[in-house]
Design a protein. Structure first.
Length: 320
């Protein structure tokens, strides 16, 4: 695994040699890693790709995700001269767990990363389980956000909506509603073991209600490379980080002040998304000023953004 120490003059190092040694050079080639220590003693990790004078974009990965949750083909990033900063939340990858955390703490971690890099404001993008973390960041640190994009984001769901979700999400919600947190942990532990044993097969099984368009994406070699490396690193500490995030996502989002989100927000969603129901996203967006909803095709699902990155980036960069 890649556990790197950093000098005090700059929090980055080049991963090229280490990536070759671990067999993941294709995905991580050209990336740099950063670490910082928070006041409570936790380590927060992130990665960077691109020229230091590029247009900075703060990327918050989905769940479970980590600093290696990046595209294998970064041609679109290079063409737009982007500096992509991919963050990591507590308990994933190389970042220290924070039991009982909500969304405010990872949002403040993101602000600390920007402080470390000397960046006043950035464009912000992410998807799926990153949605409440992005909203918390925008609410708590409004001056740091030029514009924000959320892709097929998670939102609080009703029991009827949960019945339409993929099996893993549906079962987790039911167990959480029943107060069976031990059951939630067992469910996620089994999922973690399957994902680490065979990430691609386990992901296909988890996506039991995914539309055909998502299955086409799952067959893409670059997507497969990214998933395999990201899952392995995200879950290597154990189940705790994923469990903590799962409880927060299933909870009441009490530390996300939607009324305080004043940035220009574009939320992209898909009609056939079985991971994060469109109706839940629509209900959430009614509470957010300056938010617009853009829809992918009715037959597209949770992975719809994979082939739309250029369009999504251009829309984001044109704002702010």
């Amino acid at each position: 695994m890649l556990l790197l120490a950093f000098g005090s003059d700059h929090p980055l190092t080049d991963l090229h040699g280490l990536c070759k040694a671990t067999g993941v050079a294709g995905l991580l080639d050209g990336m740099r890693e950063g670490r910082l220590q928070r006041p409570d003693g936790r380590t927060v990790a992130w990665s960077e790709w691109g020229q230091s004078d590029g247009v900075p974009v703060l990327r918050l990965p989905g769940t479970p995700g980590c600093r290696y949750s990046v595209r294998a083909d970064r041609t679109l990033w290079q063409a737009r001269n982007l500096l992509m900063i991919t963050t990591e939340r507590p308990g994933f990858g190389a970042s220290t767990r924070l039991p009982g955390r909500g969304f405010a703490e990872p949002a403040d971690d993101c602000a600390a990363i920007l402080d470390q890099l000397g960046l006043e404001s950035v464009h912000v993008a992410g998807g799926s389980g990153s949605a409440p973390h992005q909203l918390a960041f925008a609410a708590r640190h409004p001056s740091r956000v030029r514009a924000m994009t959320i892709l097929v984001g998670a939102a609080p769901t009703t029991e009827e909506e949960e019945d339409r979700e993929i099996g893993l999400n549906r079962q987790a919600h039911r167990l959480h509603r029943a107060g069976d947190l031990a059951g939630v942990r067992r469910l996620m532990t089994e999922a973690r073991e399957a994902l680490r044993a065979d990430p691609l097969a386990a992901f296909r099984e988890v996506m039991d209600k995914a539309p055909e368009s998502d299955r086409v994406v799952m067959g893409d070699p670059g997507w497969q490379e990214s998933l395999t490396v990201s899952i392995e690193e995200a879950l290597r500490q154990g189940i705790d980080g994923w469990f903590d995030e799962g409880l927060a996502l299933c909870g009441d989002w009490r530390d996300v002040d939607l009324a305080a989100v004043r940035t220009w927000l574009t939320w992209w969603h898909a009609g056939s998304d079985a991971n994060a129901p469109l109706t839940a996203a629509q209900r959430l967006l009614e509470q957010i000023p300056h938010a617009q909803l853009r829809l992918f095709g009715d037959d597209e699902g949770h992975l719809a953004s994979f082939h739309r990155e250029g369009e999504i980036l251009d829309e984001l960069l044109a704002r702010g």
